[in-house]
Ligand binder design. Structure first.
Ligand code: HEC
Ligand code: HEC
Length: 300
């Protein structure tokens, strides 16, 4: 009898030791992936100064950047906050105290928005990089030029701070990968001619986070924040949109209410930001969605 207890004790102790060692190894893999330094050739973007470009930059910022960086672009202290996983605060983009605007060069902005790294070359946890990496040179330059003119906000933000558990789950592939590990890192990016066309609609969707939530094929996908359990709806003609007119689509994005009377939750689907798209931009998006192959709704 005594022997059996002794053996059970040894097996249990080895198991616990194994789990601790595996946890430590996974922690240090995750930790070094998160702190790896990257380098990419410079884009040499030249910032525009004309009114039309600054207006384009303002418009891109109001539809996309402000949703996460705040209406004043001064950063969001509560962007992500989970006791088990850690915190992420989005950066203050302005020239105020605690803002990056006063010290970041154009190339520093490009490194963040197109490649997903900070000025030291380390990965940033800005989920939108998977779309902003596709922004054309012209639009990215316009956005940066506009941000440099935004009124200064004094707010200190503290970036991403993860718990050891988050680093272990990260190594296990249970948290989304960092954008720097997945985006193409093209040095120059072009956009199709603006207009009501399938190509421009695709470009707008590629650059505005739609695939981040509605999935790479737009037939739905898991919510990018791992603490929120929600599958986004199918936007291809395999879903409800097959029955919507162009006007229905524009009304839905502008009012947050679908033709079927369903109210979209603005904390999940940022329709208030997308409602600021111009009519022609929404028409192009609708045209692109109608051109997609009919796919079944994504399920887990
Ligand atoms: C889906 C949310 C989201 C959107 C949309 C978004 N950002 Fe961010 N951004 C973040 C978060 C979160 C961080 C902080 C990441 C970190 O510190 O690891 C960040 C950080 C940054 C940084 C600082 C990187 C650094 O070096 O610390 C810049 C610059 C930036 N964003 C610019 C932009 C611009 C320009 C846009 C619009 C084109 C934009 N962001 C859109 C969430 C977002
Ligand atoms: C942060 C995640 C997120 C992003 C980004 C996002 N969506 Fe959504 N979207 C959702 C979720 C979740 C719903 C369902 C919301 C609900 O039922 O309350 C939804 C619903 C919709 C609907 C209604 C579909 C239906 O069948 O009722 C449309 C249309 C839509 N999104 C279009 C878009 C477009 C276009 C973009 C990009 C410009 C986009 N979404 C970006 C998460 C997102």
């Amino acid at each position: 009898m005594k022997n059996i207890f002794k053996w059970i004790g040894i097996v249990l102790a080895s198991l616990i030791a194994f789990i601790i060692v595996a946890g430590l190894v996974m922690f240090s893999i995750g930790n070094s992936r998160m702190n790896k330094t990257y380098d990419f050739p410079p884009s040499d973007l030249v910032l525009p100064t004309d009114e039309a470009s600054l207006e384009l930059g303002r418009h891109r910022a109001e539809v996309l950047c402000q949703g996460c960086h705040g209406a004043d672009l001064g950063g969001n202290l509560e962007f992500f906050n989970d006791p088990a996983l850690g915190t992420i605060q989005s950066a203050n983009l302005t020239n105020g105290d605690g803002g990056i605007g006063s010290t970041y060069t154009t190339e520093d902005f490009v490194r963040a928005v197109r490649h997903g790294i900070d000025r030291e070359g380390k990965p940033i946890f800005m989920p939108a990089v998977v779309s902003t990496a596709f922004m054309s040179d012209e639009e990215l330059a316009a956005v940066i030029a506009y941000i440099k003119t935004a009124p200064p906000v004094d707010r200190t933000t503290n970036g991403a701070n993860f718990t050891p558990l988050a680093k272990i789950l990260y190594t296990a592939g249970m948290l989304p990968p960092m954008p720097v590990e997945t985006v193409t890192h093209d040095i120059h990016v072009a956009a199709p001619e603006p207009g009501v066309s399938v190509e421009y609609g695709k470009y707008l969707m590629d650059t505005h986070d739609c695939r981040l939530c509605h999935g790479p094929d737009l037939n739905g996908g898991p919510f990018p924040d791992p603490t929120i359990i929600k599958i986004s709806p199918n936007l291809t003609p395999g879903g409800e949109l097959a029955f919507w007119s162009e006007e229905d689509f524009i009304n839905t994005i502008r009012t947050g209410i679908t033709p079927g009377g369903h109210e979209l939750d603005s904390s999940l689907m940022p329709w208030q930001d997308y409602g600021k798209f111009h009519d022609d931009e929404l028409k192009a998006i609708y045209m692109y969605l109608q051109s997609l192959p009919e796919l079944p709704q994504y399920t887990e």
